[in-house]
Design a protein around this ligand. Sequence first.
Ligand SMILES: Cc1ncc(COP(=O)(O)O)c(C=O)c1O
Length: 387
Amino acid sequence: MRNSTRSGVDPFIVMDVMEAARKAEEAGRHVIHMEVGQPGTGAPKGATEALAAAMEQGPLGYTVALGLPALRQRIARLYGDWYNVDLNPERVVITPGSSGGFLLTFTALFDSGDRVGIGAPGYPSYRQILKALGLVPVDLPTAPENRLQPVAADIQGMDLKGLMVASPANPTGTMLDRAAMGALIEAAHGQGASFISDEIYHGLEYEAKAVTALELTDECYVINSFSKYFSMTGWRVGWMVVPEDQVRVVERIAQNMFICAPHASQVAALAAMDCDDELQANLDVYRRNRALMLDGLPKAGFSNIAPPDGAFYVYADVSDLTDDSRAFAAEILEQAGVAVTPGLDFDPQRGHTTLRFSYARATDDIQEGLERLRLFMTRRGAVRERA
Ligand SMILES: Cc1ncc(COP(=O)(O)O)c(C=O)c1O
């Protein structure tokens, strides 16, 4: 059967790493997982209890397309608590994960062939979803001196209809401060491009608080999710905040594309928002892990890293060690028993000399992983020196 040209999207290379790790485990090896981009913890207890109670009470049928009103209101309240932003709950749209939010956003804002700027390195699915919708992803190669984030000058003359940023970002964990975000918004609007802010890693920040685009403008789409801070990846629930005059546009698309986000997940998500103690305890684990990584990675020989302001990743430039990150990741898995992600997923041009390390798992695993990496690199160095 013939396929559309649009369907020719690239695979997620990290999935290949996960498969290789799975095979190694099947063969009896113990693997430390630093490749996965999700919390090792499950949904907060309060969330699962609320869902259990709701299941006793009646059928969890469709909700309205924009989502449970109580959840939209609670999310609006979060913007007051986290950023001191007074948000109209009518502007909140509940989505099937932020991935569902991307589909809604790109469909609502762009026509076939429109050019949308994305930072490189960046989350791979932006590029692939844009392609699958007949849009043109425009990679904006970022610089270490800009914390591997796009800056206003990068988009001048690019003829963009949209600009997508993420702060904290995947794979780097770096953030845009208020001035940097403001300059990007101004530059995007200056060329008539819609500004989209992926804020999925908000809440997972360690030194400065992440800035939401809503602190700076109402003329933007903000995309967020319960997957990361709220530790609910598999529940497939997230949200968007859109300008008032965009709500009906998004609602019509959501009605047709998804009907609604999973009802059960919306119930659990609402309760998760009141589980601060458990969520802060998760954050404390990431904070400890991050400190271990910042100490242990350079000791192992991975010293050229992006400043990991948030999320649970460290992105390392390994150009002094390899020009084939895929082969290097395979070697690390084989020799050290540690699964890491080659940068190619995130940056098709420069990712052959970068690796992403995730520290989302338990602290014991991180400690063990760092020790294995140190021993592996020592052996590798010794072998190299002898050769
Ligand atoms: C930057 C970023 N955005 C979006 C997603 C997708 O998240 P979800 O669809 O689970 O909300 C991810 C997943 O890792 C991500 O890293």
